[in-house]
Write a protein of this length. Structure first.
Length: 393
């Protein structure tokens, strides 16, 4: 995908600039923000607009309120955190559209920042309702897309508004495109992809996108279990549906034709229901009823060996159930090993970002995307509606 016209090219002094940010941040039960990375990633664009004398209006969603006003999903905690990061109070409008939003934007002076209330309190946001998009657009004179994690959604704030205002890509979106585009067009080889997580039926198209593009594909986590079962290993508590079996056989056939090497776990750390004991066993010797929850040490060594000599590495998804401290060792060991391997390393996905933060392995990556589904669809080669609507550079 071509580079997009950047915010640096916009004339913004004294103008109302409507910025779509991704402040959909995880929160603790008490409402405090658990991880402010997405807020911090938007700061360079916010600083640029403040310095340039713009009247900056930020809009975001938080959670899935379903088009109704859900008090626990207010962006008020985000406004407090953003105020602390900017070193000055950021006012917040009680709504993102209507008279309250109009009055709040009218009070802005040059260089000031305003945060609007949760976009998804309105059903028109996710429906990409033209009327709602027009209500948002009247708040600004310029639009900036800075929510890379949302550009795969054709919503009012990501597609409707940029059709109504002069539209530009923010600094973060420009960097995301710059870092991820080589994975679509021609990464430096050898290129190794590491994919974990679960739900192979959902991720199979994503895995298939690496065939012929990646030299080696390492598959871990619960994602690997149907592949292992297809090779006769007694993994998983449920049988693989016939239609998935057929799809996996087709995947194997295509990988052989494309010359992409598939590497699966050879041992797993297992847990037996009703017991807190865990043990490591070869994939061929998993006891009945046991569930694989992490890759074992032999698989870690196998994966690190496969990474040796690589020039480009893409990682998405933990290789075990890392929300349980008993099953973090495999993911941590592989990423620790990646630290010492030269090359360009890129990570993507919400669970991946959480694991990187909790395992303290951020230095294993040159770039960690803020996008979950957006990054995966982009790397897969999909055209994302929130990017397609932006003018090319």
């Amino acid at each position: 995908m071509a580079a997009k016209r950047g915010v640096q090219q916009a004339s913004v002094r004294g103008r109302r600039v409507l910025v779509r940010v991704d402040f959909n941040v995880p929160q603790l039960p008490n409402g405090q923000i658990a991880d402010d990375r997405r807020i911090r990633e938007a700061l360079p664009t916010i600083h640029h607009l403040r310095t340039a004398g713009a009247k900056t209006i930020l809009m975001s969603h938080l959670g899935r309120p379903g088009g109704t006003k859900e008090p626990r999903l207010t962006l008020r905690p985000v406004a407090h955190r953003l105020s602390a990061l900017l070193g000055e109070a950021v006012p917040m409008a009680s709504d993102c559209a209507g008279i309250e939003a109009i009055q709040a934007t009218a009070r802005l002076a040059n260089g000031q920042v305003l945060l609007l209330e949760n976009l998804r309190f309105h059903p028109g946001e996710e429906a990409n309702d033209p009327g709602f998009a027009a209500q948002l657009a009247q708040l600004g004179e310029v639009f900036v897309e800075e929510a890379f994690g949302c550009v795969h959604r054709a919503h009012a704030s990501t597609v409707g508004v940029p059709k109504l205002l002069p539209a530009y890509a923010g600094l973060l979106v420009q960097r995301e495109i710059r870092e991820l585009s080589p994975l679509r067009t021609g990464p430096e080889r050898p290129y190794v992809a590491i994919v974990g997580g679960a739900k192979v039926a959902d991720k199979l198209p994503f895995l298939s996108s690496f065939l012929g593009r990646a030299d080696t594909l390492l598959i871990g986590g619960a994602l690997s279990h149907p592949f292992l079962a297809g090779r006769g290993a007694p993994v998983g508590s449920e049988a693989v549906p016939p239609e998935l079996e057929k799809a996996l056989r087709e995947f194997d056939r295509r990988s052989a034709e494309a010359g992409t090497r598939i590497v699966l776990p050879t041992d797993l750390k297992i847990e037996t229901p009703g017991s807190t004991e865990v043990e490591v066993v070869p994939v061929s010797a998993i006891p009945a009823g046991a569930v694989g929850q992490d890759i074992g040490p032999a698989t870690v060594a196998q994966f690190i060996e496969a990474l040796q000599g690589s020039k480009t590495v893409f990682w998405n998804g933990p290789l075990g159930r890392t929300e349980d401290s008993r099953f973090v060792a495999g993911t941590k060991a592989v990423l620790d090993g990646l630290r010492s391997i030269p090359g360009h390393h890129i990570g993507a996905g919400g669970d991946s970002a959480r694991a990187v933060r909790e395992l303290e392995v951020s230095d294993a990556f040159e770039f960690l995307s803020t996008g979950g589904g957006a990054a995966l669809e982009y790397v897969q080669g999909e055209d994302l509606p929130g990017l397609a609507v932006l003018p090319d550079a």
